[in-house]
Ligand binder design. Structure first.
Ligand SMILES: C[S@@+](CC[C@H](N)C(=O)[O-])C[C@H]1O[C@@H](n2cnc3c(N)ncnc32)[C@H](O)[C@@H]1O
Length: 226
């Protein structure tokens, strides 16, 4: 499914990612990350943050008293995470599709904006479930496609606003601006919510709940590892 190489896409973005990402979502995605992290019990458990990037979700987890391990395949994104955390978060350069951890190694798991970049989302969700202990929470955040009256505004933004912003920002953001809207739209066409719920269920994640945020621009899903 991916029409782009995520390793290449993210390589130039580490230094500007935090600032530009928040601006391009009109300040919404920091709020979505906070909601994502609030789905986990405040039990001080060990959380693996998958596709941790520059560590924005990992920072929220640390702030809530968790022990945190971050995983990402991009060495460049992890450079920024290392600057942020020094040795407070263990950072592992690895693919989310085959993580170098034992079964049930973590109490809980968070994952953000990953599944549009993998070949087989079902297999990857299975891998996320594998490293989470039974009873632990698996929580994910992904961009969504708003419904109803918000849809035309979203289409205008991703078809015109984002590509223009990407060209103005340069430093790798042009590719993001051109790619993101199509990537999000195609992902939800191929894996509508019912299909994603089936994937989670097949992976052994139960009691799954979904919350659409900011008119559906962000979608948080969470459930318990059976
Ligand atoms: C949009 S960033 C999200 C970063 C961070 N979680 C956040 O909330 O902003 C997506 C991240 O997924 C990582 N990524 C993409 N495909 C991956 C894979 N197969 N395995 C591990 N990381 C991957 C990219 O390197 C990038 O850092």
């Amino acid at each position: 499914m991916p029409s782009i190489d995520a390793t290449e896409l993210f390589a130039p973005l580490g230094a500007s990612y935090d600032r530009v990402g928040a601006a391009l979502s009109f300040g919404q995605d920091p709020l979505w990350r906070r909601f994502l992290v609030s789905r986990l019990p405040r039990d001080g458990g060990h959380v693996v943050d998958v596709a941790t990037g520059t560590g924005l979700v990992a920072a929220e987890l640390l702030g809530r008293g968790h022990r945190v391990t971050g995983v990402d395949q991009s060495a460049e994104m992890l450079v920024r995470a290392r600057q942020r955390f020094s040795d407070r978060v263990e950072l592992v350069e690895a693919s989310a599709e085959a993580m170098p951890f034992a079964d049930a190694a973590f109490d809980h798991l968070t994952v953000t904006y990953l599944l549009r970049y993998v070949d087989d989302p079902g297999a990857t969700v299975g891998e996320l479930a594998r490293v989470t202990r039974p009873g632990g929470v698996v929580a994910s955040l992904e961009f969504g496609v708003p419904d109803g009256l918000a849809r035309p505004a979203w289409e205008l933004y991703v078809r015109a606003g984002l590509p223009l912003a990407g060209r103005a920002l340069r430093k790798g953001w042009r590719e993001v601006g051109d790619f993101l809207g199509t990537s999000i739209r195609e992902y939800w066409e191929r894996y509508p919510l019912e299909g994603q719920l089936q994937i989670w269920s097949a992976a052994g994640i139960e009691d799954v709940e979904v919350r659409k945020l900011s008119l559906g621009g962000g979608v948080v899903m969470w459930g318990r590892r059976a």
